[in-house]
Design a protein around this ligand. Structure first.
Ligand SMILES: C[S@@+](CC[C@H](N)C(=O)[O-])C[C@H]1O[C@@H](n2cnc3c(N)ncnc32)[C@H](O)[C@@H]1O
Length: 309
């Protein structure tokens, strides 16, 4: 039987046209033949223009290789959160999950609860928030990773491999001279607070919004994975974030961040404030002595290769 590979949320490409046809007859794994039609241009330079990351995404590399496969391949699209089961039992030989595990299944309940010591009032993320807020995020992350590993353990065959690319931060930070994705989110926080003070919306709007994201550190991820009885770590490496040199200008960075977070922010604050928010964000970036220095960006990606035992 052919080996089955799964890319767990490996690619999305808003401008791509995908035509999917069911193979006939549908086999037990519900295989679908997938024909992908792509534009020929992949110049993803910066955060502007029709082919930019901001308007598309980095998945083009993956899709580009896909397109050049000469033989037929099987693909299946399964909707649903990957913290639960998405594929049949023992159906995978290899799984790959890239740059998604920093997204939590939801905002930890405590941080939005007025009566909890972890209530995150006046802030929208855990960076520089109280310890209780950080702990709520960290505990939620640990239980999400456990659920993810549990689900994949059921879907992988015994001895199957899983590669993860996990967005993370270094254990030691220096807020004065360096920044990471969470510190960029902190800058969004400060823009929202400024706008609330100017009366663009009520300050409680900031209290009740929190980003459902968490950026682990290597040691924490190792400990979290080690708690799983189903997987052994075969290899773990810290990759230097390859995207860090691509967006050196404030407007491009603001457009990139807007592409990532605008959906979440619109749901809570409404679309009317988005232009002002990201203009303010770009201004704050441009005024910062360290945000636009590519060498000051210290976010990392952790590569982990796991074997299902
Ligand atoms: C930064 S993109 C990474 C995309 C792609 N894997 C790559 O490496 O280029 C993060 C993706 O994770 C997806 N995602 C976040 N939480 C998810 C969940 N619980 N289940 C499935 N997908 C999720 C988001 O919808 C988004 O498409």
């Amino acid at each position: 039987m052919a080996q089955l590979y799964a890319m767990v949320n490996c690619f999305q490409y808003p401008r791509m046209s995908i035509r999917m046809t069911l193979s006939s007859p549908l086999d037990s794994r519900h295989r679908i033949q997938c024909h992908v039609e792509l534009p020929n241009l992949y110049a993803m330079n910066g955060g502007e223009g029709p082919n930019s990351y901001a308007q598309n995404s980095s998945y083009h590399l993956c899709i580009f290789r896909f397109k050049h496969l000469s033989r037929n391949y099987h693909a299946v699209g399964v909707p649903g959160p990957f913290h639960g089961r998405i594929l049949p039992e023992a159906s995978l030989d290899f799984a790959y999950c890239s740059c998604t595990l920093n997204w939590l299944s939801e905002v930890p309940k405590e941080v939005a609860d007025h009566n909890s010591p972890a209530w995150n009032n006046g802030k929208v993320h855990y960076t520089e928030a109280r310890q209780e807020v950080f702990d709520a995020y960290s505990n939620h992350y640990a239980s999400n990773i456990a659920a993810f590993l549990d689900a994949r353990a059921k879907e992988l065959v015994q001895g199957g491999l899983m590669a993860l690319l996990v967005p993370a931060v270094p254990a030691f930070k220096n807020y004065g001279t360096s920044y990471t994705t969470p510190t960029e989110m902190d800058l969004i926080d400060s823009c929202l607070v400024d706008m609330a003070k100017k009366g663009r919306f009520r300050e409680e709007k900031v209290d009740s919004f929190n980003f459902p994201l968490y950026f682990t550190i290597p040691e924490e991820l190792k400990i979290t994975i080690a708690r799983s009885d189903s997987f052994n770590i075969e290899r773990m490496e810290i990759l230097n974030n390859p995207g860090k040199r691509t967006l050196p200008r404030a407007n491009a960075r603001a457009t990139y961040l807007r592409a990532v977070f605008e959906g979440l922010l619109i749901n809570h604050f409404g679309s009317e404030i988005m232009d002002e928010l990201f203009e303010l964000y770009a201004k704050k970036l441009a005024a910062s002595p360290h945000f636009l220095g590519p060498d000051n960006e210290k976010s990392i990606i952790i590569f982990v290769l796991l074997k299902h035992n």
